[in-house]
Ligand binder design. Structure first.
Ligand code: FVH
Length: 307
């Protein structure tokens, strides 16, 4: 064993972790801390889910309170906000560092931070950008957004980086959740586009989904550069210089999309909300502008369009 590796193992041994929640994600997280050599105490509402981890070296606590008492760092990975409330009811958190990886809204994260601080704990919220098989596999590219106490993050950055990359996005406890939900919302928009595209060709015996897939994938990949274009325009406030596909041209194309869908017997329910937004923007005089302008309209920001 090299000196560096020895030191890393010693650091892990000196940094015990308590984990509340052994669902699919909690179990994946647990295994990485055990493998790295962190003493790990676990608690799960259904106690039998801890058995396999105990066989791998974890210590099972009979109650959440007992688990919390066992380590300075408490990681919570439960189903939802209600389950966190239930699991931590009456538990002494004084002096603890609480990291909540349970998915929730920014408002819930901010309220949980206040709640934890009132109980004498430091608090960090996390949004996991990974599915369980990506945990502990750096090449898989998964990571976690963290926000809240910077001091907590700095104190435990090495431990928190064991399951997946750690990306601190601000002192506002709601920011991790906001980043998480924003990225996932982008993903759902993409899923909506993919769903509609496949539906259009679904009825054609001569267009095989597996032959169509690389075409769709290549096109989405090519268009993903729009993310940077949007960002630049939102920051500069310039929606008119160098516009390649202006809004008026795009709105003129809407009947083609609706007509094609009708001809293929496909519902337009996934497309029409975005088309509606573009038509509203055109009505406000933004015909010469880039569709990035729609962000301000959607966000209800004043001066959404200029003539
Ligand atoms: N799995 C995934 O793909 C996603 C990836 C991104 C992040 N999410 C979020 O991670 C949280 C946990 O997800 P999970 O995959 O571990 O979820 P489950 O396998 O369903 O396990 C749920 C655990 O929560 C416990 N639990 C539920 N209700 C209560 C309660 N009232 N009191 C105490 N614990 C509760 C449950 O216990 P049990 O059913 O085994 O007794 C599991 O430990 C989640 O926020 C995802 O959105 C995962």
């Amino acid at each position: 064993m090299t000196q560096d590796l020895k030191q890393t193992r010693q650091n892990a041994a000196d940094n015990p972790v308590t984990l509340l929640g052994l669902g699919a994600m909690g179990t994946a997280l647990a295994r990485t801390w055990l493998a790295a050599g962190h003493p790990l105490t676990v608690w799960n509402r259904t106690a039998s889910r801890a058995d396999a981890l105990v066989a791998e070296g974890a210590k099972a606590a009979a109650t959440a309170a007992e688990a919390v008492a066992a380590s300075p760092l408490i990681v919570v990975c439960l189903l939802d906000e209600a389950s966190v409330t239930e699991a931590l009811a009456g538990v002494d958190l004084a002096g603890k560092d609480v990291v909540d990886l349970t998915t929730g809204t920014p408002a819930q994260a901010r309220a949980r931070a206040r709640w934890a601080e009132e109980r004498g704990a430091r608090f960090l919220d996390g949004g996991i950008m990974a599915v369980p098989p990506m945990i502990g596999i750096p090449e898989a590219g998964g990571y976690v957004f963290y926000s809240g106490s910077r001091a907590l993050f700095d104190a435990h950055a090495d431990t928190l980086s064991v399951p997946a990359g750690a990306n601190f996005v601000g002192a506002d406890p709601g920011f991790a959740s906001l980043h998480d939900v924003a990225l996932l919302s982008g993903m759902y928009g993409m899923f909506a586009g993919i769903t509609h595209a496949f539906a259009l060709v679904r009825g054609e015996a001569d267009i095989k989904p597996t032959e169509f897939a690389p075409l769709l994938k290549g096109w989405l990949h090519a268009m993903s550069g729009a993310v940077d274009g949007y960002a630049e325009r939102l920051e500069s406030g310039d929606y008119t210089t160098g516009v390649v596909s202006n809004l008026a041209m795009q709105v003129a194309g809407i009947p083609t999309f609706l007509g094609t869908a009708a001809g293929q017997g496909v519902s337009t329910e996934l497309l029409t909300p975005f088309f509606g937004l573009m038509e509203r923007l055109l009505g406000e005089g933004a015909g010469a502008e880039d569709t990035a302008r729609a962000v301000d309209l959607l966000a209800g920001r004043a001066g959404a369009a200029t003539a």
